[in-house]
Design a protein around this ligand. Structure first.
Ligand code: ADP
Ligand code: ADP
Ligand code: MG
Length: 459
């Protein structure tokens, strides 16, 4: 096993990886920006090293600085967490060149799956259903219009280099296609330096369902079931749960089989996620594969008992998976809420600042992942997600009740958060029925807030 690992991330995921390393007897070096030198993970790690100024582009997103830190501190491996350099194939190959193990798949696998259009073509070749659409990169908006006419409107123009819900635009009819094409291309160029687009039919009122995969370097690949991540705002997930209530047993099996086929097509190694959209008729289509640990991995850990970070580290060290498919069983229902420093009443505007008082919920089946502490500060430089609250109970309704209690107990003073919004969501009849699709929060966010304000007035 490794003696020392460099963690190239911050916040809750850095804490998650740190704790796991400590349990495994591995020393840790936290590579962080000047802004984060006094953060909880910086205090928790065996050593900390500053890799640059607060701006992520000059620190957390600087491959040379991270590799240099790993070399100077004699780290054998780097854990990239999620976001930042976690899906950067050039960073993974830079690590490979310097003999540092990248805790994740090979740079070649990241490259194959990171280009979303090539991944789509590869999946099609291996019999994984993909959304009807273009067969390659679009030449121009006229070609987009031609294909849209064939597959039928509405359509979605997507950047092949896209991520985080960016570089995507819908067109509901031919009059919208040129502007959708141009604005998707502009966003992709500025965000990812690559304006190449492809086209998919827009699936109406879909559920976002994804399957967790683990593969080792000995060729074993297993799935750990699915998650329903349909509650999204601007294509960013807010709440995730497992299992997906909407799936019937046969559909679930077919989905797991398709995800395994996808992972086997690239001989996948490490933890990864195969994402699908499920339409109203119960058809599912591959949309992309994320070649990293995901924010929502704890819900899968809660229902399977598998430690996904530990598996990632073991796999990178060349060890086999600690579980075969037949060893993996599923128990109960888990839900995760992402707590963000943002104000739902002000259009979810981020609101960083100093935490004057903090209390986390606890109890049976309640888990909190966070790097906050009393008196800490939420930096304006990074993502506004400050904590994740995860609950696990025998059934979905019991899990929802547990989440209500946990959110009510949690106290964050000094900054605005979406805690109350999430709490009210836990009483929403549509959410309770389990029938909310990916458009639900766009439509109903305002109604949820209004309803909340009314009930507060009555109380
Ligand atoms: P998941 O699919 O695991 O839910 P998201 O797409 O929400 O992941 O992204 C994971 C996190 O990483 C989010 O908080 C997002 O803001 C952040 N992120 C994504 N891409 C980048 C990037 N290039 N640089 C920095 N942070 C990023
Ligand atoms: P990203 O790389 O930004 O995560 P995805 O391809 O995973 O992009 O899409 C992000 C979200 O957009 C999905 O979770 C889903 O809600 C929605 N989406 C993507 N493709 C389609 C589609 N063809 N039809 C309907 N919704 C889609
Ligand atoms: Mg995605």
């Amino acid at each position: 096993m490794f003696k020392r690992i460099l963690i190239a991330n911050r916040g809750e995921i850095a804490m998650r990886i740190l704790r796991c390393c400590q349990e495994m007897g591995i020393e840790t070096v936290l590579a962080c920006s000047a802004e984060d030198m006094d953060s909880l993970p910086a205090q928790f790690a065996t050593k900390r090293v500053c890799i640059g100024p607060p701006a992520a582009a000059k620190s957390y997103l600087n491959p040379e600085a991270v590799v240099q830190a790993a070399i100077s501190f004699q780290c054998e491996a780097v854990h990239p967490g999620y976001g930042f350099l976690s899906e950067n194939a050039d960073f993974a190959s830079l690590c490979e060149e310097h003999g540092i193990l990248f805790i994740g798949p090979s740079s070649e696998m990241i490259r194959m799956m990171g280009d979303k259009q090539s991944a789509r073509a590869l999946m099609k070749k291996h019999g994984v259903p993909v959304v009807p659409g273009s067969d390659g990169i679009l030449k121009d908006w006229k070609e987009a219009a031609e294909i849209a006419r064939k597959v039928g409107y509405p359509v979605l123009l997507k950047a092949t280099a896209g991520g985080g819900g960016r570089g995507m635009r819908t067109a509901y009819d031919e009059s919208e296609i040129q502007s959708a094409y141009e604005s998707a291309q502009a966003e992709a160029l500025s965000g990812f330096g690559d304006g190449s687009l492809y086209l998919e039919k827009l699936i109406l009122h879909p559920h976002h369902i994804e399957v967790q995969i683990l593969g080792d370097s000995r060729g074993h690949i297993v799935h750990l079931g699915e998650r329903d991540c349909s509650l999204q705002r601007r294509n960013q997930k807010l709440l995730e749960e497992a299992p997906a209530r909407i799936l019937k047993p046969r559909q679930r099996e077919a989905l797991h089989r398709a995800a395994l086929r996808a992972a086997k097509a690239v001989h996948y190694r490490s933890a990864g996620t195969v994402e699908f959209v499920l339409d109203r008729e119960g058809n599912f289509y591959f949309i992309e594969m994320n070649t990293r640990i995901q924010v929502e991995h704890p819900v899968t850990e809660m229902i399977t008992g598998v430690d996904l970070i530990r598996e990632q580290i073991r796999i990178a060290a060349g060890l086999g998976l600690s579980c075969r498919q037949s060893d993996i069983s599923f128990s109960g229902h888990a839900i995760e809420c992402r707590i963000n420093a943002e104000n739902p009443a002000k259009g979810f505007a981020p609101c960083p600042g100093d935490i004057s008082f903090l209390h986390f919920p606890a109890g049976k089946g309640v888990r909190v992942e966070s790097a906050l502490y009393n008196g800490s500060r939420v930096s304006p430089w990074y993502d506004s997600m400050i904590a994740k609250v995860i609950v696990h109970a025998p059934g979905r309704l019991e899990a929802i009740r547990k989440m209500r209690v946990a959110l009510e107990e949690m106290t964050v003073e000094g900054i605005d958060t979406n805690l109350e919004f999430l709490y009210l969501l836990m009483f929403n009849p549509d959410y309770l029925s389990g029938h909310v699709d990916t458009g639900f929060l766009e439509k109903d966010a305002e109604a949820i807030i209004r309803w909340g304000e009314e009930s507060r007035k009555k109380a």
